[in-house]
Structure formats: structure tokens, C-alpha cells
Ligand binder design. Structure first.
Ligand code: GUN
Length: 281
């Protein structure tokens, strides 16, 4: 039976430490870390995420500034808001919740955010710093995944890490972080030939596919560490991951549940990035 990597509990431990870091910043430098959260439109999933992010801020003493804009907001209006937030000394982190409506180019918005306030780690400057192994703000979900792998007790050095999914938010950055941690890294995607064969050679498997229970136990090597990034809503309203948790838990050495694995860690890392941005301000 695999060790169940309890992301909810690990994230709570992180948040307890982060609350102390906030208190120390306030005491030593009289700074309250501030996060601006920008939501355009009313995508129900985005609304839930944004609400959770604001609550998590309040719990550790980070000030959050909410900006909820109508679905027909123009790109120029959003750029103007980002520009204002870039210059606001009370705002140390800027999070523009994705996806954005089709009239707005996501890349233009991401590039307009000051790299020093880019707590998502999506700005090309921060992506370049990650790619070259230099200090910078890193994407939150990959940071959370690395922390969960560390908690599994597996050192990625020399191991084969197989990532399924090549998004800019998860697949690509987590590949770079695992490479930095000396893993041998394979990124798989929808066009990969012999997918099952590649996955079954992974000592570490990161599933970021977005398809409910896509990975069964036959795909996984005995003793693999399995990180399930997926959160899929089923027709009956319940949530499940990209992995068949009940089947895989008997074969893996460690596995994250979903929900309750990567998700809570993503939010904890957003808080950590906001504090880091405030410390460096
Ligand atoms: N939408 C889904 N995941 C994310 C994320 O990590 N950051 C932002 N800004 N939007 C998202």
C-alpha cells in the first residue's frame, strides 16, 4: 500500500510557517505582503479558485486586493489596471486568473506584469530564470509538486521522471524543476507514441492531462511516486484526478489523492511567492 501524500495536511504545515514569515516581515520592516487578485468574467471554476486564494491570504496575514471585471473588459482596460498595480507600493504580487476572455491576449497581459510582482511565475523573464536555474519567482503548481515529491522521500536525482502534459503552467516548468533536481526527464503529450510504455518506465510520474482516471495501475511501474495534478468534475458533480487512485495505491510507493493533493499546495506556494516578492521589495 502506497504512502498517501496528504497535500491538505502538508499545505497546512507550510501555511503555519508562512504566517510566521508574514509576522516577521511586519515586525522587522513594517511590511504587510499584499496580493492583487484579478478576475475577468464569471468562469465558475475561476470564481472558486479566486475565493480560495483570497481566503488563504487572510489566514496567513497577507492583504488581498480583489479586482473583479466584467466579461467584456477590453485588453487596454486590463493593461491599464496591471500598470496601476505594478506601481502600487501595497501590492507585492499580481495574479490575473486564467483563462481570460477571447478578446484579451493572455501573453500580452502576462508580459505587462512586473516580473518582480509575477507571483504566478509566468512572465518570460521568470520563465528564462527558471530555464537557466537562476533565482526568480517560480510557477506555483510545479513548486507544490516538488514539495510533495520531497515529502514522498524520493530524491529525484538520477531517477526517470515522466510528465504527462506540456502546458506552460504545469508540464514545462515542472520538467525544468525536475531537471534542476538532477532527474532524467521525459515530457509526454497527446502525440507521444507508445505512451503506456514510456509512463511505465517512470520512477516519478506527474499526471497533468485533464482526463478523469486516465492512468490505471497497468501504466505504472511498481514502486513509482505518482503525482496527480488533475481535478476533473464528473457528471455526478464529484471531483476526481487523472489517476485511478484506488487501483494505483496498491502498486505505487507514494501517491497524491485528488482532490486533496496538489491543489492545496498550489495555493500555499502562491502565498510563499507573495511573501518572497514582499521580502525582495
Ligand atoms: N488558472 C489555472 N491555474 C492557474 C494559475 O496557477 N494561475 C492563474 N493565474 N490562473 C490559473
Amino acid at each position: 500500500m502506497a504512502y498517501i501524500i496528504d497535500g491538505k495536511k502538508i499545505a497546512a504545515e507550510f501555511r503555519a510557517q508562512l504566517a510566521l514569515d508574514v509576522a516577521s516581515l511586519t515586525q522587522t520592516r513594517n511590511i504587510t505582503p499584499g496580493l492583487a487578485v484579478v478576475l475577468v468574467g464569471n468562469n465558475p471554476a475561476s470564481e472558486v479558485y479566486v475565493r480560495m486564494k483570497k481566503k488563504a491570504c487572510a489566514d496567513v496575514g497577507i492583504a488581498s486586493f480583489s479586482h473583479e471585471l466584467p466579461i467584456d473588459t477590453t485588453e487596454d482596460d486590463l493593461l491599464a489596471l496591471v500598470n496601476r498595480l505594478n506601481h502600487d507600493p501595497n501590492v507585492h504580487g499580481i495574479l490575473v486568473q486564467l483563462p481570460l476572455p477571447p478578446q484579451i491576449h493572455e501573453s500580452r497581459i502576462i508580459q505587462a506584469i512586473s516580473p518582480r510582482k509575477d507571483v504566478d511565475g509566468f512572465h518570460p523573464e521568470n520563465v528564462g530564470l527558471l530555464a537557466t536555474g537562476s533565482p526568480g519567482l517560480r510557477p506555483c503548481t510545479p513548486l507544490g509538486i516538488m514539495a510533495l515529491i520531497a515529502k514522498s522521500g524520493m530524491d529525484p536525482a538520477g531517477k526517470h521522471a515522466v510528465i504527462i502534459g506540456r502546458s506552460n503552467i504545469v508540464g514545462k516548468p515542472v520538467a525544468l524543476m525536475l531537471l534542476q533536481a538532477h532527474a532524467t526527464v521525459t515530457i509526454c503529450h497527446s502525440r507521444t507514441h507508445h505512451l503506456q510504455q514510456v509512463i511505465s518506465s517512470g520512477d516519478i510520474v506527474v499526471a497533468a492531462i485533464g482526463r478523469p482516471r486516465f492512468l490505471g495501475k497497468e501504466a505504472i511501474q511498481e514502486g513509482a511516486v505518482v503525482i496527480d495534478v488533475g481535478t476533473n468534475r464528473l457528471e455526478d458533480g464529484t471531483l476526481c484526478g487523472d489517476c485511478d487512485f484506488e487501483a494505483i495505491k496498491h502498486k505505487a510507493s507514494a501517491i497524491t489523492p485528488s482532490p486533496g493533493g496538489v491543489g492545496p499546495m498550489t495555493i500555499a506556494m502562491l502565498l510563499a511567492n507573495t511573501i518572497q516578492a514582499a521580502q525582495q521589495s
